[in-house]
Design a protein around this ligand. Structure first.
Ligand code: HEM
Length: 221
């Protein structure tokens, strides 16, 4: 295995990640206004902005899901128990004792087992929970006759808020984990340039050099 700079995040991947991040920040900001946590913008504007950004993000999410399945990128998110214990132990103990991160990024597996597990949970549980509850909430005028006591709306609203706080917690942990190890900037740079240091087998390196030379970059370049 040799360490090489390889493009692991395509342009779409990066565009999708950052527009998703921006949309989630806007949704949290406007959502907290609707909830009454702050008064930094008019209530009516917050409702319109929240709905518009949510619909735009839903469209982006549909494109990203299509992209994940048509390019095979979904495989990166399949969790594996191999190395999970070492990564858990590192975050619970090793990180506080100056140990090196036990996970080495591979071409076919850029996420460590804990990342793969948490990204998968985000995509298959938290995102569907917020979308479904949001759409059911938005279409309340179509089903309000089925909910004379307003109890149904209360349940939907609370699922929506709970999912939003869980996503906000994900963001806090996600950004915190990027500060661990070899520096925040080094962790964030790959999601901007697309290039990441990964371990390549001689066969992978020969394949990339011959078939996808644009994905390989000289070390230190
Ligand atoms: C706000 C909501 C956010 C969500 C939902 C989110 C979600 C994700 C997901 C699913 C990935 C894996 C992408 C892939 O491998 O294809 C990822 C990676 C990454 N994110 Fe975020 N992210 C968010 C915010 C942020 C922020 C604010 C930063 C930095 C300040 C950030 C920096 C990164 C970096 C550097 C990676 C690549 C490293 C890795 O694989 O973990 N993200 N993010």
């Amino acid at each position: 295995m040799a360490e090489r700079q390889v493009k692991v995040y395509t342009r779409f991947n990066r565009l999708w990640h950052w527009s998703q991040a921006l949309s989630i920040f806007l949704l949290l900001f406007t959502g907290l206004r609707i909830l009454g946590v702050h008064q930094l913008m008019p209530y009516g504007l917050a409702v319109i902005a929240h709905t518009a950004v949510a619909v735009a993000l839903l469209l982006l999410w549909a494109f990203a899901t299509f992209w994940l399945f048509t390019t095979g990128a979904w495989r990166q998110f399949m969790p594996s128990s191999v190395g999970l214990w070492q990564v858990l132990r590192f975050y619970a103990w090793g990180v506080f004792h100056g140990e090196a991160h036990p996970y080495r990024k591979l071409l076919r597996r850029r996420h460590n087992p804990l990342q793969a597990l948490s990204y998968l949970a985000l995509k298959t549980m938290l995102f569907p929970a917020i979308w479904i509850s949001g759409l059911v909430y938005l279409s309340y005028t179509f089903w309000d006759h089925l909910d004379p006591t307003g109890r149904g709306l209360w349940v939907v609203a609370n699922i929506h808020i709970l999912a939003a706080f869980a996503i906000a917690s994900f963001v806090v942990i996600h950004v915190y984990l990027l500060t661990i190890g070899h520096g925040f900037r080094d962790h964030v740079r790959p999601m901007i340039t697309g290039f990441e240091t990964v371990d390549l087998t001689p066969e992978q390196e020969a394949y990339l050099a011959a078939d996808e030379p644009g994905r390989l970059r000289a070390k230190g370049a």
